[in-house]
Design a protein around this ligand. Sequence first.
Ligand code: IMP
Length: 195
Amino acid sequence: MKIIAATKNKNKLREFGEILKGFEIISQEEAGVDIDVEETGTTFEENSYLKAKAIYDITGITTIADDSGLCVDALNGEPGVYSARYGGGGYDDKGRVQLLLKNMKDVPDNERTARFVCVITLVGDEGIITARGECEGRIDYEPKGENGFGYDPVFFVEQYGKTMAEATPDEKNAISHRGKALKIFAEKLNKKEYN
Ligand code: IMP
């Protein structure tokens, strides 16, 4: 089964492919769709649906999209659905990490809890499938590690005793929000649990 992954993010595309083995995952680019869908929703569920639906409507090919982000308890769940645009859109990954560290500078150890959230939505001829995954961690005090992307260098994972950017891709996939959502998603897809 051919599925378009509605993302231009090469890291996400690689993670989709690594976990959804057995499906032919093609990128938005390979499908010839060059649009940026506006993420106007206020929840991960809404935004992932908007992205998948827009590309399915154009191509008629089953499409999956994810919406993900980092929810920090001490910041009332921010940056949340605005993780990619934290600080207003003028920063790159490193800049957003620095902004996060600045906003967390007075937050003590025991209040630095956070979670990555990922919601995957498929839209196709047979219906819609939605799956959510979460990964618990703590915001570290400085960036560490070179793997992954985004907030991985400051997301400390208790189980591994290191940041997500210090974890190997396999270690990350085993516990990550995207890994969990994709596994739940793959089970639902195999059982054809459409809504
Ligand atoms: P979106 O899902 O493309 O809207 O963007 C989500 C944003 O959340 C990314 O740009 C990253 O800043 C952050 N994010 C999502 N997943 C991860 C992850 O696995 N590691 C680090 N940051 C992530």
